[in-house]
Each structure stands twice: as structure tokens, then as C-alpha cells.
Design a protein around this ligand. Sequence first.
Ligand SMILES: NC(=O)c1ccc[n+]([C@@H]2O[C@H](COP(=O)([O-])OP(=O)(O)OC[C@H]3O[C@@H](n4cnc5c(N)ncnc54)[C@H](OP(=O)(O)O)[C@@H]3O)[C@@H](O)[C@H]2O)c1
Length: 235
Amino acid sequence: MTTAFITGASSGIGRAMAIELHGAGYEVFAVGRSQAALEELRTHGIKPIALDITDRKALEAVVNDLHVDVLINNAGMIPPLGNFADMEVSDIDATLEVNLRAALLLTRLVVPQMRDRAAGHILFTGSSAAHTAFSNIAVYSATKAALGAFAAALRADLSPHGVRVTEIVAGRVETQLYKDILDKNARAAMYAGNVAVQPEDVAKMVLAVLALPARADVTRFDIMPTRPTSPSGTK
Ligand SMILES: NC(=O)c1ccc[n+]([C@@H]2O[C@H](COP(=O)([O-])OP(=O)(O)OC[C@H]3O[C@@H](n4cnc5c(N)ncnc54)[C@H](OP(=O)(O)O)[C@@H]3O)[C@@H](O)[C@H]2O)c1
């Protein structure tokens, strides 16, 4: 059975990908911190792994024993919106740690086995914020741009070994991403009017990308709301 290791699978886009891939016959390992959300996934037949992806030792202990065919670096957070001049250094650190460093280190743990097998697929959930400048999210944008550049260079390293790499460039998707930094009303307003992409839409696209023959590598796909959304700091 093909295995998929998905970070940030306890919620939003990652959860939808976990369910979609499981439904398509993958053995799915779902990573997150929320025990309750992971237990709910277990009822779908998905294998939960509760850990904080910034805990390198915990990641290493889990990944070293696993055969991973598909790695989806999806976990992410968005720091409080605001002018970079006012940003807390602790928020800069946390964003770099979760969105960038953890993804790089997890990828480093997994790619040797893929290179040895001359097969595998690594995906990164990036953002439109990496490719267009928006105010109030400078560090978030920087982490997503770095993931995009990393994905491209990683592909150059691994394509000769038969490993595919895909950057997912998502626009506004209706998830819990803003739950810690915007109140309920602000979040409801953001998704009002049916303008947001749904997590399941992204998941279906990921499944289609994975289903292509190994000779075809979708290097990047963009998925945006059909209708225009406010440009101010909400990706
Ligand atoms: N929603 C959008 O509009 C949008 C647009 C572009 C890109 N994205 C990206 O999509 C990805 C998924 O976000 P989402 O929108 O689906 O938001 P979400 O519903 O908030 O999901 C975020 C996921 O990341 C996990 N996570 C965060 N910090 C973690 C940590 N330290 N250790 C382990 N897991 C951690 C969360 O799990 P726990 O809380 O259980 O740990 C959760 O499963 C993120 O990378 C985000 O930047 C989202």
C-alpha cells in the first residue's frame, strides 16, 4: 500500500488531504498536535501521530521507522497580522520554526529513503503570499517564498533519482488558519459570500497530481478563489 505522511492533518487542508488520500487507498499517517482531532481521524482509518513538528527528536523517532512514499509538508501557522515594524521577535521565530525549519528538517529525514528507492513524491503547501506582495504578513510570506524556492531546488537534486516535488500555491481557503489571530466575526466576514476555496478542493487536486504517472511531475499548482477577495493580509 502506498503511504502518505501528512503534517498539519488535524485540521483544514491537511485533514481534507488525509481523508481524500485514505479514500483513494493510501495508508495515511496524519500529524498534528490536537489529540481530539487526531482521534477523530482514527475513526476514518487514518493513523494519527501526535507531535509538535518543531520537536526534532520526536519527528526523527517517528520517521526513522516509517516507509514514506508521499510526504506532504502542510503544517503551518500565521502570526498576528500587522506591520513588520511592530512584529514581536517571538512571532518571527515561531513562524520560521513551524513553516520553514520544520519542513526542511522533516524533508531531510525522509528523502534518503526516497532517493534509495528511486521513487517518492514530496509536496509543500505554499501560498499565493509567496508570489504576490501583501501588507501585514511579511514573515509568513517569507516562509512560503522560501518553501517555494526550496521545492524548486530540491527538485533539481531529486528529479534525477525519480523523486517528484510539488509546490501547492493556495489562495484563500476556508480553514482554521486565522483562529488564533482573528475573532469569529472577522473570520466569518473573510469567508462570506462563497469566495473561499474549500479544503476538499485542494485535496482533490493533490490526489490528481499524485495519480499521474511517475514520469510526470506537476512542479506547482495554484488554486485560488474564482471571485476576487480583499488583498489586505489575508491569505
Ligand atoms: N487557509 C488558507 O487560506 C491558506 C492559504 C495558503 C496556504 N495555506 C497553508 O495551508 C497549510 C494548512 O493550513 P490550513 O489553512 O489548513 O489551516 P489550519 O486549519 O489552521 O491547519 C493548520 C494545521 O497545521 C498544524 N500545525 C500548526 N502548528 C503545528 C506544530 N507546531 N506542530 C504540528 N502541527 C502544527 C495544525 O495542527 P495542530 O493545531 O493540531 O497542531 C493544523 O493541523 C498551512 O501551511 C497554511 O500556511 C493556507
